[in-house]
Design a protein around this ligand. Structure first.
Ligand code: RP5
Length: 179
């Protein structure tokens, strides 16, 4: 856990094999100074633990749950069925279907119990979405999100500028070759 006093997001995953991907969610949260905890649970291997965690999450002070799983990935949906907190699902790519299975499992929640779904292995975006949800009631987070997006735009400008400079240099050297 990054900081108990700021614990806001539960990052749950079906197995430690999901951790390399789910760490990216933590990276996003750390960027915004949002506290989190990692939890390994499993809807099919340890349903009791999963139920306990989901049912206690709101009372524990969590605001959002991010749940990642691969294969027949029912973990986010099962958690969502046992809490009123928003749940963001991260489909994890594993063999042999490379995430198509987990994507469909998570995104195709039947009407009644929604799970927000990010891209296959899109754990960083799951963290960002969690921050956006919390920013609805947090001006400081909203300002940080604004700065983050401005930095994304600045990077695009920088890349475009670098590309044009390179092109100009290429044109100059082409002209020199022809003389
Ligand atoms: C899922 O099964 C987990 O989320 C993981 O993505 C997948 C494989 O788990 P391990 O066999 O690596 O423990 O429940």
């Amino acid at each position: 856990m990054s900081d108990d006093s700021k614990l806001k997001v539960g990052i749950v995953m079906g197995s430690d094999s999901d951790l390399p991907i789910m760490r990216k969610c933590a990276e996003a949260l750390e960027h915004f100074g949002v506290g989190y905890e990692f939890v390994i649970s499993s809807a099919h291997r340890h349903p009791e633990k999963t139920a306990r965690y989901a049912r206690g999450a709101a009372d524990a002070g969590l605001k959002v749950i991010v749940a990642g799983a691969g294969g027949a990935a029912h973990l986010p949906g099962v958690i969502a069925s046992m809490t009123m907190l928003p749940v963001i699902g991260v489909p994890i790519a594993i063999e042999p279907l490379q995430g198509v299975d987990s994507l469909y499992s998570i995104v195709q929640m039947p009407q009644g119990i929604p799970v927000a779904t990010v891209a296959v292995n899109g754990a960083y975006n799951a963290g960002l979405l969690a921050v956006q949800i919390m920013a609805l009631e947090d001006d400081n987070l909203r300002n940080k999100l604004n700065s983050y997006r401005q930095s994304l735009a600045a990077k695009v400008e920088e890349k475009d500028c670098r590309l044009r400079e390179d092109e100009a240099q290429c044109r100059r050297s082409d002209e020199g070759d022809q003389k």
